[in-house]
Write a protein of this length. Structure first.
Length: 281
């Protein structure tokens, strides 16, 4: 039987409300079935919808399940920050002051809440391997990426799997036509390139072919986390940097990336609670 459950819709990874990535959060989701969660996530028509549950790990503050309109995700970045902000907004008190421990499909993810309104999650473990050459060629052909624009490629996995292209210039990343690639023929293509010295942001990032049905994800915390781990692994994470994402679709996404030690990197952004009430579910 359905009941009234507390509901929040928030905006993640932008200093400006309504310019980030929207997230729906069902705050008291215990008792919902997998089918009910997936059906509601499809109805919200957002990239992700999350469901807050009692933790099963005694070290966790809460447990979250993350759904796109089509499937469940083991981990995702803007849902992690948005869910954490919603839990705090509804009166959640961390077991450890300044640090929330979120239980999700990849295990425990730590969220630093000591510097609000910016929240930052610890990037989860990321596997790095060479991209399949044939798949790389297919992506380059369909997106019309010139060979001389490509600096590096890699396949990264931190729950989601990313086909990452590093290009020479941010303008090359921004010039690509995202409508050329759609899920499931092409899966989660990440792009990164530096902005000119002296720009507001250090890098431009895009994520194409998301499973939500859009051709481009506005701001993608999990992709930025995987990229940060890749840069750290290759010895290129020398200092904090700022990422712009969503530029080409009219968003002002801003993601902070901060090294925290030899194996630790924090992915941060602001969260705005925009809608709250109850949902019959």
């Amino acid at each position: 039987m359905s009941k009234l459950r507390r509901f929040i819709q928030c905006d993640v990874f932008s200093p400006t409300p309504y310019q980030g990535n929207g997230l729906a959060v069902v705050v008291d989701a215990d008792g919902l079935t997998d089918e009910q969660m997936q059906r509601f996530a499809a109805w919200t028509n957002l990239a992700e919808t999350t469901f807050l549950l009692k933790p099963t790990d005694p070290s966790a503050d809460y447990r979250v399940r993350i759904f796109t309109p089509n499937r469940e995700m083991p981990f995702a970045g803007h849902p992690t920050l948005g869910t954490c902000a919603s839990w705090l907004h509804c009166g959640g008190i961390p077991k450890t002051t300044g640090m929330v421990r979120q239980e999700c499909g990849v295990g425990i993810v730590e969220v630093d809440v000591s510097k609000r309104p910016t929240l930052s999650f610890g990037a989860p473990a990321t596997t790095i391997k060479e991209m399949d050459p044939a798949h790389r060629a297919d992506i380059m052909q369909v997106l019309n990426i010139p060979a001389d624009a490509v600096v590096n490629t890699a396949e990264l996995c931190n729950g989601p799997v990313w086909q990452l292209f590093e290009l020479k210039h941010a303008s090359q990343v921004l010039a690509l036509d995202s409508s050329r690639v759609r899920w499931p023929t092409f899966k989660a293509i990440g792009l990164i390139a530096p902005h000119p010295a002296g720009s507001e942001c250090d890098y431009e990032v895009r994520m194409l072919a998301p499973s939500s049905g859009m051709s481009e994800d506005p701001i993608t915390g999990s992709l930025n986390a995987a990229i940060a781990k890749w840069l750290m692994h290759s010895g290129r994470m020398q200092k904090p940097y700022l990422v712009a994402q969503g530029t080409q679709i009219g968003r002002t996404g801003r993601v902070t990336v901060t090294p925290g030690g030899p194996e630790t990197v924090w992915i941060g952004g602001e969260v705005h609670i925009l809608i709250e009430g109850n949902v019959q579910l």
